[in-house]
Ligand binder design. Structure first.
Ligand code: S3P
Length: 173
């Protein structure tokens, strides 16, 4: 883990981690705590495309979704000083990871399989990648990628989103 931080005037805090780790809820808390706007990349994509992520996957396929995601990332990273909740797969494309490394302080919200299962619950109709199982294999494959991208890693098991936001605020300010 590195401890690189960006000058305050350029600060973008990007939250990464597997689906269900709490990127959106921690992002909301951090946004209040640091008084910085929140951009939720999934929401940005949905607003721009005018349809849900599940519909984008079903109608256009995953590659098209990833293209929209990369395009959305480039657009939002033209701004400064905000909290960015990434999608769980955003960091997987090397070009996205490079952009995030260049422009953001990246925080990996790490969680155990048990915590993720608890957070994800039963209904995963809005998360197309979880429809067919394979969750643990996907997590094992992605964990080294989240780790490599992270300036900071926070274990979020047994920690509330508000507490996690407090930890992040202390680390970066
Ligand atoms: C994805 C995670 C989702 C969403 C899409 C793909 C992934 O975001 O971007 O379903 O590849 O992990 P969340 O991590 O916010 O659920």
């Amino acid at each position: 883990m590195t401890t690189r931080t960006l000058p305050c005037s350029r600060m973008i805090v990007a939250l990464t981690g597997f689906m269900g780790c709490g990127k959106s809820s921690v992002g909301r808390e951090l946004s209040v705590l640091l008084r910085m706007p929140l951009v939720d990349l999934d929401k940005y994509i949905v607003d721009k495309a005018g349809k849900s992520i599940a519909d984008i996957f079903a109608e256009q396929g995953e590659t098209a979704f990833r293209d929209l995601e990369s395009e959305a990332l480039k657009e939002v990273l033209d701004n400064n000083r905000f909290i960015l909740s990434l999608g769980g797969g955003t960091i997987l494309r090397p070009e996205n990871a490079a952009l995030i490394k260049e422009k953001c302080t990246c925080v990996f919200l790490r969680a155990t399989v048990e915590t993720l299962r608890l957070h994800l619950g039963g209904d995963q109709s809005h998360r197309p990648l979880l429809k067919d199982g394979g969750f643990e294999a996907m997590l094992a494959e992605r964990t080294p990628i989240y780790t490599a991208a992270a300036d900071f890693i926070i274990d979020i098991d047994h920690v509330s989103p508000m507490q996690t936001a407090g930890i992040i605020a202390n680390l970066i300010t």
